[in-house]
Design a protein around this ligand. Structure first.
Ligand code: KG4
Ligand code: ZN
Length: 367
């Protein structure tokens, strides 16, 4: 095992519509680890189409990744090019899951730098980047409960250690981020929808405290056993409410957002309750009287209203909520560098012929 002060990692993220590079220092001082990070969102390129176009995304990653890596090196005070790469301890790149064109661009770039600079390559699972992101900023120790909610995923897992995940539940249809994005699209709020829905809901709540209860949307699976999610019925209910209310005023749109967000929040809190029970039964060595950390991660975890609801749920169920800074919740390269560092410290380096993967579950028993 390397000591915690042993080096610098370059992280590369290209699995969806964000091109990002970061330089991270493997130091014991949580909070001072990110030396440089640069990120280019492709939102404008895809907004016209109402969603991410894989071919356009891959081309944009090719166009911008080199510059972003140089920018991250510069921010970290490292020379550009070979001298900068020589200072690294390893190169980490998202190698899946995600849009395969983008994953190939990022992982090939990472491998080329690792090969040229004679550094270890770390093939990072994008979901593991999210899963470990809370540990970058704070000393969150294993095991913990993880609520991973992003544009492509909605899962609850027990995180035993780096590389050791047990999935308790997942979505049976849409991911929660998808539900936010589709709600926004139906209401004409643009893409990506999550932040727009959150802002509109906040305006509604500022106007009327109970705006989140104006539309009685369903809470799919709430009260049922297990930890799975379902969001497609909620999405349909939002569509029907829009049709019934049309033409929607600004206030109607805001109230619809607040009511949708409240329904989503209630679903999350209910699933966390069941997951806590299951985790306690599974983690027999974990002291029953000790609070288990509940880590939230993924783009949707940037939502402040959901964080507040989850904070209350955590308090109720004997958990401590650990929520990374919002910029670490949405896709970024710092979390990839960090996951790479965690792997490197455990000697888990990867061969240069490691194949990029469009699918890559955290829990291999739950493909
Ligand atoms: O983790 P992420 O950046 O990319 C994926 O790995 O999918 O998550 C993107 C998702 C999108 O669906 C976006 O609308 C949602 O996260 N999102 C939010 C917020 N910020 C981003 N959803 C709700 N509230 C937010 N503030
Ligand atoms: Zn992500």
């Amino acid at each position: 095992m390397l000591s915690v002060d042993d080096g610098l990692i370059l992280g590369i993220e290209t699995s969806c519509d964000e091109t990002a590079a970061a330089i991270l220092k493997g130091t014991a001082a949580a909070g001072q680890r990110v030396l440089g990070h640069s990120l280019l969102s492709q939102i404008d390129l895809h907004a016209l189409y109402g969603g991410v176009v894989p071919e356009i995304a891959a081309r944009a990653h090719i166009d911008h990744l080199d510059r972003l890596i140089l920018d991250a090196l510069k921010q970290a005070g490292l020379p550009s090019g070979a001298d900068g790469f020589a200072a690294l301890s390893g190169v980490a790149a998202t190698t899946g899951p995600g849009l395969i064109g983008g994953v190939i661009v990022g992982s090939m770039t990472g491998k080329a730098i690792a090969l040229a600079a004679h550094k270890p390559f770390l093939a990072v699972n994008h979901l593991e980047g999210h899963a470990l992101s809370a540990r970058l900023e704070k000393d969150v120790s294993f095991p913990y409960l993880l609520l991973l909610m992003s544009g492509g995923h909605c899962q609850i897992l027990i995180v035993q250690d780096v590389g050791r995940y047990q999935r308790l539940g997942t979505t049976l249809d849409d991911a929660i981020g998808e539900a936010f994005d589709k709600t926004a699209k139906m209401l004409g709020l643009g893409y990506p929808g999550g932040p727009a829905v959150e802002k509109a809901a906040l305006r509604a709540l500022a106007r009327k405290k109970d705006a989140g209860h104006r539309f009685p949307f369903p809470r799919p699976l709430v009260g049922r056993p297990g930890c799975d999610f379902s969001f497609s019925g909620l999405k349909t209910a939002v569509r029907q409410a829009i049709e019934k209310t049309a033409p929607c005023s600004e206030d109607d749109i805001e109230d619809l957002c607040a009511s949708f967000q409240q329904a989503a929040a209630d679903v999350l809190a209910d699933r966390v309750k069941n997951a806590t029970r299951q985790a306690r039964e599974t983690l027999t060595d974990f002291p029953q009287n000790k609070a288990l950390p509940l880590v939230v991660a993924g783009g949707v975890a940037a939502n402040q209203t959901l964080r507040t609801v989850l904070e209350e749920a955590a308090h109720l169920y004997g958990l401590t909520l650990e929520a990374p800074a919002p910029w670490l919740c949405t896709d970024n390269a710092a979390m990839i560098a960090w996951a790479g560092w965690e792997k490197l410290c455990r000697g888990q380096t990867d061969a240069l012929d490691t194949a990029p993967r469009p699918r890559w579950p955290l829990d291999p028993t739950q493909g």
